[in-house]
Design a binder for this molecule. Structure first.
Ligand code: PAF
Length: 286
């Protein structure tokens, strides 16, 4: 595996490649990331990974400074996966001058849920992804469904800008107890780690109640609101601080209407909640 730190080196490594599959990451790689590499390898060749902790997507009080930077370990893992090139630029390479041109996702998708609780987050994500795509020129790029809203926003961005990159969404990888793998899980204390699977368990309970109702008498909007409220309550009692737990349409993350419920429009429950100082997100398609 070649490790390159500059855009010029990256481009010369990839010149002439016709089906590059790209996985952008912020490093501190776990099984979830490695499964994205394997998905990439099924859809293209060569596989290119990037590691760049993107300051633009972190709010002023977020964890940019303490975000784990583990380049050597990460490179060893990627090498084992057969990744062809690792692009690991520093900030001066990616942002040699202030990044004044930015991509702004539409408000109805970018300013809800994660976008509401992390203002500026998706502008930071789409801007860096656009720039990374310009550097790599991938035919395929893989994003995890754990960041459900992120992969949707990036797919729309590629459609609207007629970018020649196909976006593949990969399933969330979980620990045996259900906790979705995330680099931020490493922030959890032992006690918090034991509590953390409750987030997914709560989503599963909501999904089960919704499917039961759909196959029974039908599901009403106020029942959905009650389920969301009950889930928030369950987590709060156990010491969590939920930002949102919300049932949305799979297609665009809008709140479902009664007609959506009657027609069994595909839904997803999305959630973000803090456990101590660690903010976890998860989702479950219904
Ligand atoms: O999901 C991530 O790790 C980041 O948001 C991404 C897509 C690498 C952009 O910095």
């Amino acid at each position: 595996m070649k490790i390159v730190h500059t855009i010029d080196e990256l481009r010369s490594q990839l010149r002439g490649q016709l089906r590059t599959a790209f996985v952008p990451t912020m490093g501190n790689l776990h099984e979830g990331h490695l499964s994205l590499m394997r998905t990439a390898a099924r859809h293209g060749d060569p596989v290119v990974a990037s590691i760049f902790v993107n300051r633009l997507q972190f709010g002023p009080n977020e964890d940019f400074d303490r975000y784990p930077r583990t380049l050597q370990d990460d490179a060893a893992k990627l090498e084992k996966e057969g990744v062809y090139v690792l692009f690991a630029p520093d900030e001066r390479e990616m942002y040699p001058e202030p990044q004044d041109y930015r991509i702004r996702p539409p408000e109805d998708l970018g300013d809800i849920l994660e976008g509401e609780f992390r203002p500026g987050f998706f502008v930071g994500v789409t801007t860096v992804v656009m720039k990374l795509f310009q550097c790599v020129g991938p035919q395929v790029a893989v994003f995890g469904k754990k960041d459900y809203q992120q992969q949707m926003i990036i797919r729309r961005m590629c459609q609207q800008f007629a970018m020649p990159t196909e976006i593949i969404s990969a399933e969330t990888i979980r620990d045996a107890d259900g906790l979705a793998l995330s680099s931020r899980n490493g922030y959890l204390s032992e006690q918090e780690r034991a509590e953390a699977p409750r987030l997914y368990a709560t989503l599963q309970q909501m999904r089960d109640r919704i499917t039961q109702a759909q196959f029974g008498l039908g599901l009403k909007l106020d029942e959905v609101a009650d389920l969301e409220q009950a889930a928030r309550q369950i987590l709060s009692v156990k010491g969590w601080q939920p930002d949102y737990i919300s049932v949305r349409r799979q297609s665009n993350l809008a709140a479902p209407t009664q007609q959506d419920l009657d027609q069994r429009t595909p839904l997803v429950v999305v959630a973000a909640a803090k456990l101590g100082k660690t903010r976890l997100i998860d989702n479950l398609e219904i």
